[in-house]
Write a protein that binds this ligand. Structure first.
Ligand code: CP
Length: 318
């Protein structure tokens, strides 16, 4: 059984394939236990988790809260608006005060890349990255890969196509690291302003012609345009973007029948993905959200120092 020695989960880039597999297997065990009716576990009883979200979130914040509750932890939610960050307190001072109140785990979402690492180096409690700027969103990538493995039975050898605003996407970077470490082939598609060729240095292919890539895809992962991180116009209009890079009904028809359609959310229906395609049988968008719970339980469980040998092995092939 591989071991986990980290107090923090900051980025997939720092993990090796065995650590990623351990997170996925631990998540699978929690999901299986849930389907057998064992939803609540005692592992984090007496521990306190603080969700410190300095940027908005629906899926990540709620699933970290639910994951902590399922592990019997106490949970406090803090948003930037309702904290003393608005009065000029620094992130470090806010976090030090949270730690002084005996928090065991801080889950941080922040608009600045590197903010979770900054805290992890200064705190003795665990820090889990719930998304930092355009840098990393490790639990999103883990739940994406978990969903792929669950649906297709493997990750190695698959062709995963990530489409859209890669430049500003922490989800894309974390997915690329995870998929490549597990042996998948990754193609990025989008306008040159949002998908520069420099991404090829990560070990992926960059393509401009979406239609030519779709027939060989095992998975397509659509990303929304992240207007909140962009400082200028990166394409002429949303209509033109959709015409060239949107997963329309016509384009979806070019995909193999068993191709998974994924999106981390939030979706901008009619822009990066047609509304009917998002709700179609090949879409696993809501499965991704469901799997986020088990994945975040696994991340909390392992970073809290719990022993993965205590959980049963999952029974599906990698
Ligand atoms: N995918 C994702 O991170 O969604 P939220 O911003 O709602 O957490």
């Amino acid at each position: 059984m591989p071991s986990w020695t980290r107090k923090d989960l900051l980025s997939i880039a720092e993990l090796d394939a065995q650590e990623i597999q351990l997170l996925l297997d631990t998540a699978a065990s929690f999901k299986q236990a849930g389907t057998r009716g064992v939803k609540k576990h005692d592992d984090l009883r007496g521990r306190t988790l603080v969700n410190l979200f300095v940027e908005p979130s629906t899926r990540t914040r709620i699933s970290f809260e639910l994951a902590a509750l399922r592990l019997s932890a106490d949970v406090i939610n803090i948003s930037a608006d309702s904290s003393s960050l608005t009065k000029g307190e620094t992130l470090k001072d806010t976090a030090k005060n949270i730690e002084a109140l005996e928090a065991d785990i801080i889950v941080l979402r922040h608009q600045s890349a590197g903010a979770p690492l900054f805290l992890a180096r200064r705190l003795s409690c665990s820090v889990i990255n719930a998304g930092d700027g355009a840098h990393a969103h490790p639990t999103q990538a883990l739940l994406d890969v978990f969903t792929i493995r669950e649906r297709l039975g493997r990750v190695a050898g698959l062709h995963v196509v990530i489409i859209g605003d890669i430049l500003f996407s922490r989800v894309a970077r974390s997915n690329i690291w995870t998929l490549l470490k597990l042996g998948a082939r990754v193609t990025l598609v989008g306008p040159s302003t949002l998908v520069p060729r420099s991404f090829e240095r990560m070990g992926v292919r960059v393509e401009r012609d979406l239609d030519s890539v779709l027939p060989t895809a095992n998975v397509v992962n659509l990303l929304r345009i992240q207007h909140e991180r962009q400082r200028r116009e990166y394409f002429p209009s949303l209509g033109e973007y959709t015409a060239l890079f949107g997963l329309t009904k016509q384009r979806a028809a070019r995909l193999p029948d068993d191709c998974l359609i994924m999106h981390p959310g939030p979706i901008n229906r009619g822009v990066e993905i047609d509304s009917e395609v998002a709700d179609s049988g090949r879409s696993v968008i809501l499965d991704q959200v469901t799997n986020g719970l088990a994945v975040r339980m696994a991340a909390l469980f392992l970073c809290a120092g719990c022993d993965p040998a205590r959980i049963e092995e999952p029974d599906f092939d990698r």
